[in-house]
Design a protein around this ligand. Structure first.
Ligand code: DON
Length: 307
């Protein structure tokens, strides 16, 4: 793999500005208002050096990019067997907001879709944990991964909660099947607050670089995950992180990744780099359009395809 040279990332971003296809997410009113021209990218090496370009310090809500990191925290808190008892690891081949439960067990197919992520959130800390404790766990863990104190965007959270009928319906189905315990509206609220944590592409690249090292935050040097947990999470991202576009992404881009509806994408190349991109217009799968193009270009130019 080559090393990014000065101005290379700026050139990549400039090459994308002409693409105005796609649209901001409209089912969360506050996200529909985002400036669609924002564009940023950051790459952090496993030695902790970050290269950034464009709107690299603009904050946006993490949304579904929270899913792999909250899943990791749930595994740390409850053990892999307990988590696998509730959520599978198979690609669903369906959109992120489909129910996608396994026949027989009724486990959500994977933790990257909403059903699996709501379940993983419910497992944080311990069986009797309150919503506040689960949210604080996610916020504290993400902050250590990013190497700075993060915060929740309460406006975006309230905006999503005002129309969270679909996630509530999913969670009630999971409650019915005994996959989810506790008070459904409170679990969905905690999950939505987790999705409303504000990050920048710099944060995402450092968080992903922590997976790339096998669990050591490369700037602070703190071990945050066991290597086996980091590997498990990266493998699930590779198989299911881009939802029903996962196979297309893995063949074309070849970098395990996770997208969010605010327009972020996080990517991780084991033993090499973490990558974050941000551009709010989404394609029909709910993945950032320019983010995808940026990843395709990096993969091609810098020999980042895993295979
Ligand atoms: O639960 C939701 O629908 C949102 N909070 C997150 C969805 C999301 O980011 C899908 N990803 N592209």
């Amino acid at each position: 793999m080559k090393t990014p040279v000065p101005d290379y990332l700026d050139e990549v971003l400039d090459g994308l500005r002409g693409d105005t296809s796609g649209a901001t997410a409209d089912y969360i009113p506050e996200l529909a208002e985002a400036d669609p021209e924002r564009l940023g990218m950051a790459i952090t090496t496993t030695l902790g050096r970050t290269y950034a370009a464009g709107d690299a310090d603009t904050e946006f809500t993490i949304q579904s990019i929270s899913k792999p990191f909250a899943y990791a925290a749930a595994i740390i808190d409850r053990g892999l067997d307990r988590v696998l008892g509730a959520v599978g690891v198979e690609p669903s081949g369906e959109a992120f907001d489909e129910l996608s439960l396994e026949g027989g067990t009724h486990r959500p197919k994977n933790p990257m879709i909403n059903a699996g992520a709501i379940t993983a959130h419910s497992l944080l800390v311990g069986a009797q944990a309150s919503q506040e404790e689960r949210v604080e766990r996610a916020l504290a863990f993400f902050s250590r991964l990013a190497g700075r104190q993060l915060r929740v965007d309460e406006r975006v959270c309230a905006s999503e909660l005002g129309s969270a009928h679909r996630n509530l319906a999913i969670a009630y189905m999971l409650r019915n099947y005994g996959i989810l315990d506790g008070d459904v509206p409170s679990v969905v609220e905690g999950y939505t607050r987790q999705c409303s944590i504000l990050v920048t592409v710099r944060d995402l690249s450092v968080m992903a670089a922590t997976l790339a090292t096998g669990g050591v935050q490369p700037v602070t040097g703190e071990r945050l995950l066991d290597p086996a947990v980091a590997r498990h999470v990266m493998a699930v991202m590779a198989g299911a992180g881009m939802y029903d576009a996962a196979g297309d992404w893995l063949t074309r881009v070849g970098i395990p990744a996770k997208s969010g509806v605010a327009g972020g994408i996080v990517g991780v190349l084991p033993d090499r780099v973490g990558i974050g991109t941000f551009s709010p217009r989404l394609d029909s799968h709910g993945n950032s359009r320019r983010g995808r193009l940026a990843f395709e270009r990096l993969s091609r130019d810098m020999g980042m395809h895993l295979f």
